[in-house]
Design a protein around this ligand. Structure first.
Ligand code: COA
Length: 154
């Protein structure tokens, strides 16, 4: 059974060694960039705290995810900022597992009414994965990316 584990001083170097395929590089920032970014979060319609995790199968790191929280945001109080599975481990269900794990955590937190995600318009793999889980595109484009949302509670 896969699991997710927070990025720590013990595992960050193994996580920055994970890579997507050459033709997928434009879809996602490097894990090195994401882990640096996570130190500071982002100010966009209030402050977002970033939470980076490794995706593991046993002790093998297979991917990386990062979500953000902004509990005072009027629409989406959680945002899935990054998701990647290393090229050697794609197509085995880890991406879907990571999405479901994040949603399970969000569902358990009553402060989170809606979850957002964004992706490049030509990222068909990501679009299909998120649509299967129930994300609905809003029609909005932010920083050249399509935005989709999943409502958890009203
Ligand atoms: C998108 C990504 C995270 C999916 O992870 P994964 O472990 O390969 O995906 P899974 O094996 O869990 O597959 C889940 C679903 O994704 C879809 N999918 C994944 N890759 C796909 C591809 N290349 N083409 C079409 N569909 C794809 C399938 O619909 C699959 O559905 P299924 O469960 O009905 O088969 C991974 O391919 C990746 O890291 N891609 C490059 C980085 C990226 O695009 N990240 C997302 C940025 S928004």
């Amino acid at each position: 059974m896969p699991e997710i584990r927070p990025v720590t001083k013990e595992n960050w170097e193994a996580l920055i060694d994970l890579n997507v395929r050459g033709d997928q590089k434009d879809f996602v920032a490097s894990n090195l960039y994401s882990i640096a970014e996570a130190q500071f979060g982002e100010d966009f319609e209030g402050h977002w705290d970033f939470h980076p995790y490794g995706i593991y199968d046993g002790d093998t790191p297979v991917g990386f995810l990062m979500y953000g929280h902004n509990f005072s945001h009027p629409t989406q109080q959680a945002f899935i900022i990054r998701l990647m599975v290393d090229e050697k481990f794609q197509g085995k269900g880890y991406g879907r597992f990571a999405m479901e794990k994040m949603l399970e955590m969000f569902r358990a937190d009553e402060r989170i009414k809606e979850v957002g995600i964004s992706y490049e318009p030509n990222n068909e793999g990501a679009r299909k994965l998120y649509a299967n889980i129930g994300f609905v595109e809003t029609g909005e484009i932010v920083e050249d990316e399509v935005v989709a949302v999943l409502k958890l509670r009203s």
